[in-house]
Design a protein around this ligand. Structure first.
Ligand code: SF4
Length: 478
């Protein structure tokens, strides 16, 4: 028999009181975390002014995905200095936005912002849509939560928000202990969020109060219930304090969604942290990549080879050292069996001595040494990567021109098993080259390039590459 009524999971008659309490509380904490994107709603703003606010809120919301507020603030400020309007962003390119994003992680977010800005300028008249439905339908990478956050904050539209923090908050307010991924569960939570923002003339502030309360007060562990503005209406708080609930009026009205709270809580009233229902985290898969930090040196000159990742997928458009991904875990740390295929895909001439097939007249270019630098661990949301790092040093040159020439049409050597794609054997260059697949006049960055030692850390590389670079630098910095 169900133990409680479905009415427990509905924001009911106390809605107005809860709205007032939330707005009063938010007024007191609005500026506490110095968020530059948090500004009072300006009811007199022009449509253009509101669209500008929508752009700012959009940037902040995308940056805040999986990233702490304190980390985001300096990135947001730098971003707005570089791209004060959506038109400025749309006129940029993936390398410039990746450079600004450097260190923030989850680089696909930067690519989505750029793609969205281009769409706004090219197809939507230069302004973000002014309602959540159109925004969700027309903007790439904007889902119901982000559309709700932007449109309630920038346009004061009465649309709900439900992110991880609000999910936890509402699960406790409604004492909902139901499978988190179930459609019925999310529907109850969206309905709760919608009920709270409905008929509120300060919709953006109401939503921000829920987000703020969830992240700073109703925290996963040790929620600060004592200072919570909605504890008088919080069902989890009531249950935790053994306050009785009205009897279940009618069996028809019983909740069939909630699962019993875990046995560990059975002996006493469950604490508020029993809500929401916990789920087992999906295990991250483990992968091992062989990374080659390829150096070419001549006397005091030192250059390093960087390869550009594909424009889509993990770490899109960023540079990395030549890498053979997903090798066998049994690969010995000291071996470099993937170096030749990788270099064959990148250089016009492979260094003598690396392979019996290498031409003997390879203009003196030779592999002077390979050195196993060790392993670097780098954790993505769904993958635990181990980078097995080999430092390979090339010496000698061709006609005194500097680092070995790169193939002009170098493709990602991983795409065809390490053989370098349709290289034509022309001399490559270090700077940008034209790409026929891009729009008129648009320059595409080189798919591989030599970078001087001092410039490696300033290239468009991700955090994982910086860890590898630090490991290898320690070999000669010691
Ligand atoms: S009373 Fe406690 S559990 Fe309930 S919403 Fe407030 S902080 Fe969360």
């Amino acid at each position: 028999m169900p133990a409680h009524s479905t009415s427990r999971h509905v924001i009911g008659e106390h809605r107005n009181a809860m709205q007032s309490a939330l707005l009063v509380w938010f007024e007191g904490v609005r500026t506490a975390r110095n968020m530059p994107w948090r500004k009072p709603f300006d009811g007199h703003a022009t449509p253009a002014g509101r669209a500008q606010r929508a752009y700012e809120v959009w940037v902040s919301e995308i940056m805040l995905q999986q990233t702490q507020v304190a980390t985001v603030i300096p990135y947001f400020n730098r971003w707005m200095e570089s791209f004060p309007t959506v038109k400025d962003l749309a006129a940029s390119d993936i390398d410039t936005v990746n450079q600004l994003w450097k260190g923030l992680g989850y680089y696909s977010r930067a690519a989505r912002l750029l793609a969205g800005a281009k769409k706004v300028v090219e197809e939507l008249g230069g302004r973000l849509p002014d309602n959540a439905r159109d925004m969700q339908a027309s903007m790439p990478g904007i889902g119901r939560y982000t559309a709700g956050a932007i449109c309630s904050i920038a346009y004061n539209e009465q649309v709900p928000v439900l992110d991880g923090n609000v999910t936890r908050l509402l699960s406790r307010i409604l004492a909902l202990h139901a499978p988190p991924k179930a459609k019925a569960t999310t529907e109850i939570l969206w309905d709760g969020a919608e009920a709270l923002v409905k008929d509120c003339d300060r919709a953006g502030e109401l939503n921000q109060s829920l987000i703020e309360l969830g992240s700073t007060v109703c925290k996963p562990r040790d929620p600060a219930c004592g200072g919570c503005p909605v504890k008088a209406w919080c069902q989890a708080y009531r249950i935790a304090h053994n306050k009785p609930e009205a009897d279940l009026a009618d069996i028809e009205d019983g909740c069939t969604l909630c699962a019993p709270v875990p046995l560990e809580h059975a002996a006493r009233a469950p604490p508020v942290t029993a809500y929401p229902m916990k789920t087992e985290r999906k295990k991250q898969r483990e992968e091992l990549d062989m990374v080659h930090v390829v150096e070419w040196r001549r006397e005091s000159e030192r250059w390093f080879l960087l390869v550009r990742r594909p424009d889509a997928g993990l770490l899109a458009g960023l540079y990395e050292f030549p890498t053979q991904p997903n090798i066998s875990v049994d690969e010995p740390a000291a071996s470099a069996p993937h170096l030749l295929p990788l270099l064959a895909g990148l250089l016009i001439r492979v260094p003598d001595g690396l392979s019996a097939k290498a031409p003997k007249d390879a203009a003196g270019l030779r592999l002077a040494k390979t050195y196993s630098a060790g392993d670097v661990k780098h954790v993505f949301s769904h993958i635990i990567k181990t980078y097995r790092v080999v430092w390979a040093v090339l010496e000698g040159d061709e006609e005194g021109e500097g680092p070995p020439a790169l193939k002009l049409e170098v493709q990602d050597p991983r795409e065809n098993g390490g053989q370098g794609g349709k290289a034509k054997g022309k001399k490559g260059k270090v700077g940008p080259v034209k790409d026929a697949s891009r729009k008129d006049g648009e320059e595409t960055p080189p798919s591989a390039m030599w970078v001087r030692l001092a410039d490696v850390e300033h290239a468009n590389v991700g955090t994982g590459v910086m860890k590898i670079w630090k490991l290898v630098r320690a070999l000669w910095d010691e």
